[in-house]
Design a protein around this ligand. Structure first.
Ligand code: DGY
Length: 321
């Protein structure tokens, strides 16, 4: 008898077929609408595995309803949407999809940095709206990237991939991490700094750390007050790590120069959000890993994690071993 599983969003056909070979599958049929909570609460009752996205909150209440649950396979590297402690207590394996999205997310992080520094979005609008009258000396001038100092908070896989990109642009790279990484420092030429020092020195502050209770509001009023006036904040990790009220104040009072954001405290970001009133804020809708190849790889890896656990195989990406 194949184990029953529930998939919380329409996934690519080939991945669906792969899971169907090993499991009895039910799936939320929509691609762009999350499964409603009451549906999930019902669907979880008889399944052994759930394949979910970061849009689903897999909390204690939900897990209590899934009495047969053995595995929660998250199609993301981050797993702050899942109550890990509770899953561990219940003996439920939680898996994620690291590695396959590293380079793609680093690409987007650097793209946001460049777009913010060189005012790409503002410039495009300027042209499209017919405001371009003449070339002029200081029109739409931004910040240099080459030769500037980038401060990376969180030197995991994606942070390291960002260092390589920054080095290609001849930037000075400093980083902060829970524990310094001397081997990476040697290999990639990044220098360790305490957080306050990093904030004081950096022209670009890139938030790359996972979202945990310890990193919630890591960048808040005090941290913005340490940053340079020309500093640009980039966040492609999770919204809650940066306090958005503090960011708003920092932008409004010109304590910093701009921000490039792919993630927000509330997603989707409401279109009347105060941060959208600033032309020097470049925003994207949580697309860090969104290349076709990478999303297919993530979807497949999440499927393999799910099936692997249910088949009793060795699975590499269990986050609560
Ligand atoms: C993740 O994987 O955690 C990203 O936020 C989505 O790719």
């Amino acid at each position: 008898m194949k184990p029953k599983v529930y998939i919380t969003r329409k996934i690519p056909n080939e991945v669906f077929e792969y899971v169907s070979k090993y499991c009895q599958v039910r799936m939320w049929p929509e691609e762009d609408t999350p499964v409603p909570r009451h549906v999930l609460e019902k669907e979880i009752r008889d399944v052994e595995g759930i394949y979910c996205l970061l849009t689903e909150s897999i909390d204690q209440d939900l897990m209590d309803k899934g009495e047969n649950l053995k595995v929660i396979s998250n199609m993301a590297v981050g797993y702050n949407n899942i109550d890990i402690d509770n899953a561990t207590k219940k003996g439920i394996a939680v898996t994620n999809t690291p590695g396959v999205l590293t380079e793609t997310t680093a690409d987007l992080t650097f793209a946001l940095l460049m777009a913010t520094a060189r005012r790409i979005v503002e410039s495009e609008l300027y042209l499209r709206e017919g405001k371009w009258q003449t070339w002029s000396p200081m029109l739409l001038t931004g910040q240099d990237i080459h030769g500037a100092t980038i401060g990376i908070i969180g030197l995991g896989r994606i942070g390291e991939a960002l260092v390589r990109r920054a080095k290609g642009f001849n930037m000075k790279v400093i980083y902060h991490n829970r524990t310094p990484k001397p081997i990476v420092e040697k290999e990639l030429g990044a220098e360790y700094r305490e957080l306050d020092e990093l904030l004081k020195e950096s022209d670009y502050v890139c938030v790359m750390t996972p979202y945990t209770p310890e990193t919630k509001n890591l960048i808040s009023f005090e941290q913005f007050s340490l940053m340079k006036k020309n500093a640009i904040l980039i966040n492609t990790s999770r919204g809650g790590i940066v306090n958005e009220n503090a960011l708003f104040e920092a932008l409004k009072s010109k304590k910093i120069w701009g921000a490039g954001l792919d993630v927000f405290e509330e997603e989707p970001l409401p279109v009347d959000h105060p941060l959208l009133t600033f032309p020097n804020v470049v925003v994207t809708p949580h697309i860090g890993s969104a290349s076709i190849n990478t999303r297919l790889k993530m979807a497949q890896l999440a499927a393999e994690n799910l099936v692997g656990i249910l088949n009793g195989e060795e699975v590499n990406y269990i986050v609560n071993k």
